[in-house]
Design a protein around this ligand. Structure first.
Ligand code: HEM
Length: 447
């Protein structure tokens, strides 16, 4: 008889309670599970057939991410497909997924980053100039405006014009509409009961976004200089799959939506968390300012790494096992849904002494362990925009911290809230600017 391998233990509460605790108090819930069960445990989420096994041992995470044949657990599709579309690179699997990675990676590669520098500088510069002095405002929403502007410019080459102006507004509305877990739950329920209520309104908004995207695609197709343009949409239109075919308009829509949404919400949240941490730690802020004034970005990089460690924006980046996973006494059968618990991994005392302290210095000596620092997931599905996001964060932090005398509006650490699938600062990180300095002169040697 075939031996049935038991999954790691799970909390005694039912799936409703587990889902509510996961949704509203994710970090204390995970911490409690770690204390009770150790490195791996199972959770049951409402509406999901199979439990999700959470792991936090880097050796197990390595084994999970190194195996290319694993698929995706169902959560990603249920939550994201209505918005991103079924052809989104975030949702495709196997050969179809790999083919998109090949086409979509080049615009996010190292050397290409330089060309986005002035885009980020301009976007954040305009923001800084618009901030009030001596009046409290939440910096999270301002970061969303910056990162949306940057990704619009990177994707379309421009961000002006009435159509993109409308798109900018509509995308922000769609995200706000779906932001709170309460709206998501009501939305999913009302979807089941036909086309009324929040879901119908949301579908209407999505349709309007689609119309704008298709109009943008059509206009791009008609441009005579498509081959000379360096915006991401032009590059995607011209790139060929191995069989010589190209992406059709419906697929371009899904990939654009994916890049626009995946590319701005997460980065803005990571920036808001970084401001929360840096502004509450005076020695870090001082060292950061001194190193930036000296033109040295090593401490800035370490600060970003440390911020993404302590406040990872996404809690999970899971797989459905295509093959058995067996490592260090943990054996999970094919078909199991498994995800690294990103925050639990990042707060392991054996990897990070004083794991809850914010200490960028810990990354000055050397970078983090590949499978012990996973804010961008890993393996063949690792975040496509990781380099882009870190680059953008460096420029935004540099500009804001050198141009503004910035303070947290209150000294308390931000609590963790939820916005869409992200863990974000609950109050939006309120700050006060008490002084503003002129932008740096352009580097004449580089002109
Ligand atoms: C701090 C900011 C960001 C964080 C924390 C983040 C995090 C993640 C994570 C955890 C995944 C799943 C990886 C996995 O399953 O192993 C992912 C996937 C992805 N991200 Fe990001 N991301 C960020 C910024 C961006 C940006 C700026 C872009 C694009 C401009 C982007 C585009 C994508 C795409 C396309 C995928 C799907 C990759 C695939 O399935 O092959 N992300 N991201």
């Amino acid at each position: 008889m075939l031996e049935v391998v038991p999954l790691p233990p799970e909390p005694r509460s039912n799936s409703l309670i587990q889902t509510l605790r996961w949704t509203f108090r994710p970090l204390p819930f995970m911490q409690e599970c770690r204390q009770k069960f150790g490195d791996s445990f199972s959770l049951k989420f409402l509406g999901f057939e199979r439990p999700m096994v959470l792991i936090s041992d880097p050796a197990a995470i390595k084994a999970l991410y190194m195996e290319r044949s694993h698929g995706l657990p169902p959560g990603r599709n249920i939550i994201l497909e209505p918005i991103l579309g079924s052809r989104s690179i975030l949702l495709l699997e196997g050969a179809e997924h790999l083919a998109r990675r090949k086409l979509m990676l080049p615009p996010f590669h190292g050397e290409r980053m330089r060309s986005y520098e002035s885009v980020v500088e301009e976007a954040v510069g305009a923001e800084i100039d618009s901030w009030p002095l001596d009046r409290e405002f939440p910096i999270h929403s301002r970061m969303q405006a910056v990162t949306l502007e940057v990704i619009l410019r990177a994707v379309f080459g421009v961000s002006e014009g009435p159509r993109l102006e409308r798109l900018r507004g509509m995308l922000a509305t769609v995200l706000t509409e779906t932001a709170s877990p309460r709206v998501q739950l009501v939305g999913l329920a009302s979807r089941r009961f036909g086309g009324r209520g929040p879901w119908a309104r949301f579908e209407g908004q999505l349709k309007a976004v689609d119309e704008l995207l298709y109009a943008e695609i059509a206009e791009h197709r008609s441009k005579p200089d498509l081959a000379d343009r360096d915006d991401i949409l032009s590059m995607l239109m011209l790139s060929e799959f191995e069989d010589g075919s190209t992406m059709d308009d419906a697929e371009l829509r899904d990939q654009l939506m994916t890049l626009l949404l995946a590319g701005h919400e997460t980065t803005a949240t990571a920036l808001a968390w970084t401001f929360d941490l840096v502004l509450r730690h005076a020695p870090v802020l001082e060292r950061l300012r001194d190193s930036l004034a000296a033109g040295d970005d090593a401490y800035l990089r370490a600060t970003i790494t440390e911020s993404l460690r302590l406040r990872p924006v996404l809690p999970l980046a899971g797989r459905r096992l295509a093959k058995e996973l067996s490592v260090d006494g943990l054996t999970l059968p094919p078909g199991t849904d498994v995800s690294p618990a990103i925050w639990l991994t990042h707060t392991r005392a054996d990897l990070y002494p004083q794991p809850f302290a914010f200490r960028p210095e810990r990354f000055l000596e050397g970078g983090p362990d590949t499978y012990g620092w996973i804010p961008f997931g890993g393996g063949i599905r690792r975040c496509l925009g990781a380099t882009f996001a870190e680059f953008e964060m460096r420029i935004v932090l540099r500009e804001v911290l050198t141009r503004c005398d910035l303070h947290k509006a209150n000294p308390a650490p931000e609590k963790t809230g939820r916005r869409n699938i992200t863990l974000s600062p609950r109050d939006g990180t309120p700050v006060v600017v008490t002084g503003r300095h002129p932008a740096r002169e352009p580097d004449l040697a580089a002109v």
